[in-house]
Ligand binder design. Structure first.
Ligand code: FBP
Length: 543
């Protein structure tokens, strides 16, 4: 065993991920049958027109029994977008699945994300390579990237490169934008009779790739457990020293799923939920006033400490800021160099006022380059700093008015990259392996334009239900880079859903009283109620 491998990695490499019974008993040659036919989630006429070959396909169900012998199949795999714990196990599931279909099958990994497909950067994933990555975090086996596939020249080059390697199926492991890529590619390859099928796989720590069929995206479970451990540690520190307010921004891009899950796992004093801010049309100042009131109430009890959880995308959901960001997105769509004065001259009067009222560093962060999919890079906006500074200003005013008599000292944190490559929890290790194995069964059945899907996830893994879901089912039209484009609809936090209701029931209590929970580190071995725990989100959604 190499000295450069940690003891945890050595022990963890022995873990055999669990599979749903129908796959464990029948293998990847399981019978695949047609379920209900489908429609897109919105904008049906436009989506059907844009995806004539892949629109309306039936759900692919898996039934007990096996198809006969199958020929060897060469498969390409791409990791796309941000890292998420468990990606290596998806690849392991595909690898084991296609080898079980036919031992001569080969798996090629395209390097550095979708650009590897276009630029013909690849490696063959052998058994030896695969074994070194089982149950590990990270995407380093083949790397990842955010290149958007949107030009026919890119699709054609990709097809040429696949043909040269004898690849007849591609698996794209990604979030909403990457699976939008998968959907577009599947349609194009079918329309042009390339003989290359495309399967998607639901990845993202953000938890926003979720539908009635896709219960959660992989990585959300592990990332939330890592952040909750860190938040719990900070809470214990805050409760020991009793002198700091900690403002913690959590990754998750637009949706607040991560912040909400961590809030439920740790019972922090305040958990902001962007979707509520938008629904209540709150201003930045209202959010700050509410926070200052919580600080003042706790100070009145002698508690000059606390923890605030802030979803990464908050600013986009404050209506005036959202309007400003929308205008900036269009203005900066083509990567245009733009000075502060130029930006102000092009904004509407209202947005220009908002822009001018922001601290200069925050205004600059809002004006930074968009990602290749046209998204503002919310991870680079220091919302935690903005809020803690504004709360300090508000408290100073309240002190003058005799409404507050405490001491306020803030620490700012941003948790994101800390959790994206953690060693997958048992849940993610099993879920990812099952997703990969399911993808191999869909490949065996020659499906294209489908997302690998595993359901019934609050039950033990042997009761999970694998299937294939047409990706067009998740599509709608949205404005990107200044134009309407077909994209997978993001699943935001539902304000009438179980997880948010749980927060509502408890938030007054958790704000003023100290009811912290300390979840501690992920447990890979031990009692199942600790080691195989699923997220509160999925438990409450399915309760
Ligand atoms: P995906 O949607 O690609 O899974 O990425 C998730 C994410 O971690 C977001 O939470 C975050 O805003 C973004 O990636 C950060 O991107 P980058 O890694 O490019 O800094």
């Amino acid at each position: 065993m190499s000295a450069s491998i940690s003891a945890l990695q050595i022990a963890r490499s022995q873990y055999q991920p669990k599979l749903p019974t129908v796959l464990a008993e029948n293998g990847p040659k399981v019978i695949v049958s047609n379920g209900e036919s489908t429609t897109s989630v919105a904008d049906q006429a436009e989506i059907e027109k844009l995806f004539p070959n892949t629109y309306g396909m039936p759900i692919a169900n898996f039934d007990a029994g096996q198809s006969g012998d199958m020929p060897a199949v060469n498969v390409g795999v791409i990791l796309s977008g941000g890292q998420a714990p468990g990606g290596h196990n998806v690849i392991a599931g595909i690898f084991d699945g296609i080898k079980a279909i036919n031992s001569e099958s080969k798996l090629y990994g395209f390097l550095g994300g979708p650009s590897g497909l276009v630029d013909n950067q690849y490696m063959e994933i052998t058994a030896e390579i695969m074994d070194a990555y089982r149950n590990t975090g990270g995407f380093d086996i083949i790397g990842s990237g955010r290149t958007k596939l949107e030009e026919t020249a890119q699709y054609d080059k990709g097809a040429q490169n696949c043909k040269a390697l004898g690849i007849t199926a591609l698996v794209i492991i990604g979030g909403d934008d990457s699976n939008t890529n998968a959907c577009v590619l599947a349609e194009y390859y079918l329309a042009n009779n390339t003989g290359i099928n495309v399967i998607g796989c639901p990845k993202t720590i953000d938890g926003d790739l979720k539908t009635a069929q896709i219960e959660t995206s992989f990585g959300f479970d592990t990332a939330c457990k890592v952040y909750s451990e860190l938040i719990g540690n900070i809470q214990r520190d805050a409760n020991s020293a009793k002198k700091y307010w900690h403002f913690i921004k959590l990754m998750g891009r637009s949706a607040s799923h991560i912040a909400l899950e961590c809030g439920l796992q740790t019972q922090a004093n305040v958990t902001l939920v962007s979707e509520e801010v938008e629904a209540k049309k709150m201003t930045l100042q209202q959010i700050v006033d509410d926070l200052a009131n919580v600080v003042a109430k706790r100070a009145a009890n002698g508690d000059n400490f606390g923890v605030v959880l802030i979803p990464e995308g908050l600013v986009e959901f404050i209506p005036a800021m959202g309007a400003l960001i929308g205008e900036l997105n269009d203005l900066l769509a083509d990567g245009a160099e733009a000075t502060r004065d130029f930006i102000i001259s092009k904004l509407s009067a209202d947005s220009a006022e908002v822009f001018k009222s922001l601290p200069v560093d925050i205004a600059e962060q809002l004006s930074m380059d968009r990602d290749p999919h046209g998204n503002v890079q919310v991870s680079r906006i220091e919302t935690e700093k903005l809020l803690s500074q504004m709360v300090a200003t508000k408290l100073a005013e309240m002190k003058q008015a005799g409404q507050y008599n405490g001491s306020f000292s803030a620490q700012n944190h941003f948790f994101g990259y800390e959790g994206r490559c953690a060693a997958p929890s048992n849940f993610d290790a099993d879920y990812c392996y099952s997703l990969g194995y399911t993808a191999s069964a869909l490949i065996g059945a020659e499906k294209s334009g489908y997302m690998s899907c595993v359901q019934n996830l609050t039950q033990p893994a042997n009761q999970w239900k694998p299937c294939g879901v047409p990706i067009t089912m998740m599509m709608n039209m949205e404005r990107r880079h200044g134009h309407m484009k077909p994209v997978i609809q993001k699943a935001l936090t539902e304000l009438d859903g179980g997880p948010f209701n749980k927060l509502l029931e408890n938030r007054e209590d958790w704000a003023v009283n100290t009811k912290y929970l300390y979840p501690g580190p992920i447990q890979y071995w031990g009692p199942t109620e600790v080691a195989d725990l699923t997220t509160k989100t999925i438990q409450l959604e399915q309760a």
